[in-house]
Design a protein around this ligand. Sequence first.
Ligand code: GLU
Length: 475
Amino acid sequence: MTAAEPTFRQSVELMFNRAAALMELPPGLEEKIRVCNSTYVVRFGVRLRGEVRTFTGYRSVHSEHMEPVKGGIRYAANVNQDEVEALASLMTFKCALVEAPFGGSKGGLCIDPRQYEEHELEQITRRFAYELIKRDLINPSQNVPAPDMGTGEKEMAIMADQYARMNTTDINARACVTGKPPNAGGIQGRVEATGRGVQYALQEFFRYPEDVAKAGLDGSLDGKRVIVQGLGNVGYHAALFLSTEDGCKITHVIERDGALTNPEGLDIALVRDWIAHHGGVRGCPHGHYIEEGLKVLEEDCDILIPAAIEGVINMGNAERVKAPLIIEAANGPVTAGADEILRHKGTVIIPDLYANAGGVTVSYFEWVKNLSHIRFGRMQRRQEEARHELIVNELERLSKDKELGWSLSPNFKEKYLKGAGELELVRSGLDDTMRGAYQSMREVWHSRNDVTDLRTAGFLVSISRVASSYQAKGL
Ligand code: GLU
């Protein structure tokens, strides 16, 4: 990154300001929505390997216009207040855009999880959770964390368990965090949710030929050449679904230790498997290895998917990025400076606050499931199947009538009879959410001459929703 590059938090604020300048908000309210309400910093000690080690953690609350506030907890060595506040602020606008009834929050712990054993991570996570729980920074009705970079189902299960130990009579204890494993109050489809959301976002974008044309592309997703940066949970699922279900060719995968390329399309499951066993892409026989991974962001492609960390596309490389369409699967992968350069070049960016909102959307479903204490579909599934059976029996009877001369297609009966389970319902709810949110953004994008990009359109929709919420409270 260059010296002129704003910090991540400043970057988000600049993007916010661009949109706010096009609105007529009372200046006091604009400021209220922009700023981060609070950031709690905790330093705590854990006895490990015969000594006491001190860890620094954060939980930042950006906006409490709706409660609980929501957002993941990240484990990374370079977590800092600026980053956590930027991420908390993005959560506010993300939730507003996909109509998840939450304010924005985010947490982080300065730790490289790869340096610790599983039992050590459990001890550290439990202690961090304890510090947050006793200040109501983990609480089903006030602040509901979820996984983010470096955390997953395991950490969420530990946090939920810690909350239950400290709140033995709270009947809603399980709703204190989302992203838990299905056998500990989680929901089917949460792990894949953010990647699945990226796929649904692209599918929706490609339903509008005029939007696709703005990126200088045409046709469908089939055959599109895609570069994915980061094959973690989000990048992996997005790449897997796009390649196996939509016909995209993942021509490049960029990882920490370099990149892998295959113009015919990489087999994502095999690459992921290799990374899991070898810690990187070097030596992977399923593609050609390139040492200078980040340079690959500048390769020719149709769609670029940055799916790892913030700031990878910055003022230092934006000019050379050739992709006509970028979808931000990560939070903040394009800095405000790069955003400006890319906008002038005509690159279409599907922004993070929309593109990666699949995670929090399914978190919302999980939270509702926990509060209602019943799995989605449990009441309706068999009734739905019974009604379908009536139709199928009738069709079967008619198809035996030689005079009508028609028959049922193979598998029709089986497919039609199967009522939706939790996973199908989660995917349907996510698809609906991603379509609805895109439509609200594109309406602004197409109807206002002063809005030339999807990010500003997304911020406009979100800020006005947050503003109405504050105004309804008399602020
Ligand atoms: N960490 C994810 C995000 O950045 C998910 C947050 C959540 O599910 O609350 O959106």
